[in-house]
Each structure stands twice: as C-alpha cells, then as structure tokens.
Design a protein around this ligand. Sequence first.
Ligand SMILES: [Fe+2]
Length: 282
Amino acid sequence: MTSIEHALRDDNEATRRALYEGAILRLPPTPASSEAVSAALSLLEDELGPEPRAVQAALSNDEFFRKIGRIRKRLHLEDRFHDLVLRVVAALGFEPGEVAFDPLRLRVVAHRGHENPLAAPVYYPHRDTWYAHPQSLIAWWIPLHDLPEEETFVFFPDCFQRAVPNDSHVFDYDAWVREGFGLKIGWQDLEAGKKARYPGATGPLDPGRAVGFSCRAGENLLFSGAHFHETRRHAAGRTRFSLDFRLVHLEDERSGRGAPNVDNRSRGSALADYVRSARRSC
Ligand SMILES: [Fe+2]
C-alpha cells in the first residue's frame, strides 16, 4: 500500500480483505455519514453555541470537557446513534447482521492542544489494536468539517507489517473497564490523560513514509485498526471535531481473518462490549 484509495472493491468480502492487507480507503459521503455529521454538529451547537469550532478559547478546560463529555455519552450510548452506525456501514456494502461495532466517539483536537499535558495521549502514535481490539478491526473515521492535511492525521504504512517498539502490554481491557466505563469513552475524567496507562510507541523509531490526507465533511475513511498512525498537532486557530467507530466482521474474526499481528501485546478483549445489531440478537 503506497497511497490512499478512493473506491471500494467489487464486493464487501474483497473490500475487507484489502483493508486487512493494509489498504486505506477514503470514500465520498453517503446519506448516512452526512446524517451522522449533521447529528453531531447539532449536539455540538446545542452545547457550545453556533460556532463550536471557535468556542474553546472562551471556556475553561473543565467546562469544555464537561460539555464535550455530555455529547460523547449520548453518541456512544443512545440507540438512535447505534442505528445510525448500522446505516453508515450498510451504505458502503457491509451487512449489519454480520458485524459488531464499538459505537461512535467524538474526537476533539484543539488548536495548540498538544501543549496541554492532559491531552498528551491524543497525539501518541499508535495502532488501535493496542487497545485490546481484534486484529480484524476496521476503523471508520468521519470528519465533521472540510479539513486540510495539517488538521487530520498521518499513516505510517511501512509499519503495517513491521514491529514498532511499544508498551501495549500495559493495556489490560478488563482493568480499563473496571476503572469506569466513562474513562473508556472520555466523559468523566479530565485528568485521565495524566493517570491512565495508554499504550504508545517506545524508544527510537524511524516510521518510514508518512501518508497524510485532506478531506471533506462526511467522507468515510476506512482502514485496518492495525495501521500505525498519529494525530497531527495543529495551530489552525479552531478546534477539529471528528467521529469514529470501530467495526468487526464477526465471521472474519471467528475464522482468524484480519491484519497481521506484528507487535500487539495488549490483554483482554474489547469485543465483548461491542454492539451487535438488533436483528442479529432477535
Ligand atoms: Fe487511532
């Protein structure tokens, strides 16, 4: 994989296989992903007023975090947002009855946010799988705004098949959840960035090529959760908001299909807490 692609494969199985092999797909908005953007922006405007991207400087850290926390909780837990995730995946050919997902998360990357020690984990280069997710994990990212390359993140494709020195062994999913579900989603504890153990790269590292991208609001960015990537620090004078969720095709997981595991030593499994579609559990 050398660049970001812009089309699905001929069928969903081929798309999943390509993702497990390292393909990164940036696909146009669908009605469902556009609806997710509108819904999230509406929650942000309810809490932060008509200019949610500009308001952070006017609020204390504490107040901003509390407001964002209320939105995060709703996006993650409410049935209507679970239904919306299923429509987002169905719009791009995934069968809702065949998948499980870790629900929507709202990501916030502040102007000069990297200077805030409490936000340090946001910028750790990482693989999502280091957080006890399966190797079959598909990460699905949706920006809420049109963004230049400087405000998104970068992939290090040369690390997809190459081990990176890391401390993923510190991450124990069961202990993480025991500390409080709110910590996992980020709606309760402003100090979590200082106290919790987040896995990251350790030691000297030459990650090779860095592949960045610009994007438009509502696009669907799909990539393997095993990709090594890093959120970019920015000083754009405004906050960047995005949504993401994580998807597992259950039969692929059962059959051992997924990205290669070159260095993930996290413990436990987040999959037990993923949401299955109602149709499946009936
Ligand atoms: Fe990530």
